[in-house]
Design a protein around this ligand. Structure first.
Ligand SMILES: C[S@@+](CC[C@H](N)C(=O)[O-])C[C@H]1O[C@@H](n2cnc3c(N)ncnc32)[C@H](O)[C@@H]1O
Ligand code: SF4
Length: 374
């Protein structure tokens, strides 16, 4: 299996919590330059690895993320897809996803995206509560988000929607929002517990006391309530932050968790190809300068040592509902019965699988595994 990730770094404005590689300062000229550079980056990588064109690994999944891919004008999205996806051999059942922000998803844009081959859309809803959207610094109001959900569900084969568990949440309205999304046709939900990143507006507001986040116990209880609620709708938890109807799971994300090869293009994109992992320059200006000088735009990354690789090979599958076979665990040192008693994991059919509580405490699970690996 092979995946392709394309990073579009442009946003309409910067949300209060976001630390991704993105910029709100752009115009048509910069957007075109970045698209051309991503196409050129693929050519540079082809020269490094001719197998890319040979078709020995047809593309199974494509994911256009960001930033905000729906900030690209239709002709630039067409050029990006034609110059990258269009030049690579693809499997007949290619999964092709793009992320959209609700305020930029129109029926016209959806038609252009479908014609370009995009059949799955991931919509960054985050909340349908106007106060929460304001705290998150979103450009979108609930009515616009609802309209975008309807356009997405009417236009694409599969629709995923993102929610953030962060400031200002009220349990009853959050659960009602998830009900509403499912009723409108959403088959996949990504539910992220807010991470506070230094340098963001939200981190500053918390540091100065202008904003208080809910206590961890409250967020955790909300998360567990959402897990149950989504399960009752038929959307099972299949990864720490992901829920889907059977068959609607994201195949692209699965590649990350199973260690399958994928190619990343664009600022900050990372990849795992030819047994090598890499990460591109995050700053758009540096990325452009490197590609336009004919260089592969990778930044420095620390290669994982043997024990870090071993830990990763266990913790990544443990992030998923499939878990890991018991015979892959370090013998003797991990107290399996204790974790099972504490409700962090279940032991059955020769496998260790995390419970919803274990997914919530994935950091604790990782610490225990690291200690067991020595
Ligand atoms: C790559 S981001 C951007 C997607 C798109 N631009 C948007 O805003 O919807 C994908 C998702 O990551 C989640 N996310 C971003 N920053 C986060 C943070 N600090 N903590 C938790 N989740 C976050 C949001 O739910 C977001 O929809
Ligand atoms: S959350 Fe999405 S729209 Fe907001 S700044 Fe980050 S990438 Fe841009």
């Amino acid at each position: 299996m092979a995946g392709l990730y394309l990073h579009v770094p442009f946003c309409g404005s910067i949300c209060s919590y976001c630390h991704f590689a993105r910029t709100a300062r752009h115009d048509g000229g910069l957007r075109r330059r970045v698209v051309e550079a991503m196409v050129a980056e693929l050519d540079l990588r082809r020269r490094q690895c001719p197998a890319l064109t040979a078709g020995s690994r047809p593309l199974e999944t494509v994911y256009i993320g960001g930033g905000t891919p729906s900030q690209l004008e239709p002709e630039l999205m067409e050029a990006l897809v034609a110059g990258t996806v269009g030049t690579l051999p693809a499997a007949a059942d290619l999964e092709f996803t793009a992320e959209a922000n609700p305020e930029t998803l129109t029926a016209d844009l959806a038609r252009v995206w479908r014609a370009a081959g995009i059949a799955r859309v991931s919509l960054g809803v985050q909340s349908l509560d106007p106060d929460v959207l304001t705290l998150l610094g979103r450009q979108c109001d609930p009515a616009t988000a609802r309209k975008a959900l309807d356009i997405a569900c009417a236009s694409f084969d599969r629709v995923s929607a993102d929610w953030i568990l962060g400031p200002g949440l009220r349990r009853a309205s959050l659960l009602a929002e998830l009900d509403e999304a499912v009723d409108r046709g959403v088959e996949h939900v990504s539910l992220y517990i807010l991470e506070l990143h230094e340098g963001t507006e939200l981190a500053r507001a918390v540091a100065t006391g202008a904003l208080t986040l809910p206590p961890d116990a409250e967020t955790e209880s909300l998360y567990l309530a959402c897990v149950e609620h989504l399960a009752a709708h038929g959307l099972a938890q299949y990864e720490v932050s992901n829920f889907a109807r059977p068959g609607a799971e994201s195949r692209h994300n699965r590649a990350y968790w199973t260690g399958a090869p994928f190619l990343g293009l664009g600022p900050s994109a990372s990849g795992f190809w030819g047994r090598r992992r890499y990460s591109n320059e995050p700053a758009t200006s540096r990325y452009l300068a490197r590609v336009e000088a004919g260089e592969i735009p990778e930044g420095l990354i620390d290669p994982l040592d043997r024990s870090a690789r071993r830990l990763e090979s266990l913790i990544l599958p443990l992030r998923t509902a499939a878990g890991v076979p018991l015979d892959r665990l370090p013998p003797g040192t991990l107290d399996l019965d204790r974790g099972a008693r504490e409700g962090l994991w279940r032991l059955a059919d020769g496998r260790m699988r995390l419970t919803a509580r274990g997914f919530l405490r994935i950091d604790t699970v990782e610490e225990r595994l690291a200690a067991a690996l020595g």
